[in-house]
Design a protein around this ligand. Sequence first.
Ligand code: TRP
Length: 551
Amino acid sequence: MSETTLKPREHWSGSLGFILAAAGSAIGLGNIWKFPYITGENGGGAFVLVYLLCIAIIGLPVMICEIAVGRRTQRNPVGAFHELSPPTSLVAHGIGLAVLLTGLSLLVFRTWGWGVVLTVLGLLIFRFGWTVAGFMGVLAGFTILSFYSVVAGWTIGYIVEALAGRLRFAEVAEAESFFGTFMQDPRWAIGCHLVFMAMCVAIVYGGVRKGIERWSKILMPLLLLLIMALIIRSVTLPGAVEGVRFFLRPDFSRINAHSILVALGHAFFSLSLGMGAMITYGSYMDRDQNILGAAFSIVVLDTLIALMAGFAIFPAVFAYGFRPGAGPGLVFIVLPTVFHRMPLGIFWAALFFVLLLIAALTSGISLLEVVTAFFVDERKWPRHRAALVLGAAIALLGVLCAVSVADWSRLAALQTTLTWAFGTARDSFFDLMDHISSNWLLPLGGLLISVFVGWIWGTKRAVDEIRHGSQNFADVHLVSLLAGLKDDPSHNASVHIVTLASLWGIFIRFISPVAVLIAFLHTVGWLDFKSSPPEMPPPATEAPAWPSAAE
Ligand code: TRP
């Protein structure tokens, strides 16, 4: 392994450290806020089943892929792609040239924005080949964290407001106008966003072991405790059964192509896949650690917390006779109203927003770490400088999100420029950052990583890496495993019919790329199933729907 950095790379202290940090990255606002509500919208229990399927056949294989790439190269996503890609790839040159020509022809037709983007992209692909996939990941770190941190900031603001006793709403309408005023007030929106960014920077500044791992080990168990307390409170309310029923009753009539793609898109976002977060965390792993076991634990934890969030939220919402609204309304508008009706409401509200903050924080640090690792590895910046400078840069981008989320026209010059260049500036800068990352960078990144591992680096070399530390688990005959005869001598002879490794290889080469490609074409609107779920409840609020992944 070529180690160019002078200091040896920092590693997790053990498997537990890695699993908690990676689970911390995966478990975020996506689990606690988005999963319960898209489940409610797409058929409850039936959607949960589809989601579990997406997690198992796409999420888990891609997670294994990213971790293996990271551990093999001991690098950030850019360095990782660079190290594993062949010196000259004809395919990359061809694609680069095609993108470049498309860009140039768009410029000829005066489609300036896309023309410039594609021309630059084409040049980059031509020059750097596969490494561009790594650059996209780093870029996604910037764009995602810029809007993620604004929402995370709201949770800080709501903790303060709850403790100050200001979250007293008799009706949802009151909570709605409060939320509107709150997020439009730049002192709150920007101030809380900056506090959140400062927390992320402080943790990443501390390094892998003393920062990320130490805090994950404190925050993740705390998160589990908080969510359990909330579930107990919620399901013991009179009338809670209705909510459990709403969350779990399978309504297969609502499952269609659209909802399947929503599930797939969310599986990617929720597991932090598609931008190299798991490559980066995997790069701090020792070779004797078990990738399969770790990936499995991370996926199970992420799914578990998502389901638990549903049990914490819906029973309470229904117990007080509310409808689960769509969008951020559920968490920032309906829930505060629900809590207000509970005995000790202030306490439960504060607890809930602390939970949300913890989930957001461990995800935020993974996003900042991707960007930081890139500058530390490739540009040889000291970690302290990288964390501070990049954190500040993202914070600045986030200020634009925070200011514009309520009203684009506050940044009229930027809005006009973008509209001139691209024909649209979307609803706000916040919405734009969300759109670029959720609809373009993440799905494309997921597609590229599976094609790269499946066909360029090769499943053979990847499996070699996965085998280290997995005690040959990858080669266990699946039929013997299911029959409980894993170690039976006659069953593990050289007959490899279906092993975990071969199954994984097939998924990575064929199933994931095709599934992700379809999902991607759907999100960007080039493939239209024209079938949104029937009878969607009307959105509770005009606030921005976030995140828009696969919507
Ligand atoms: N997984 C996080 C969530 O569910 C969000 C997140 C953190 C993320 N890091 C990521 C998403 C990297 C994609 C890529 O909220």
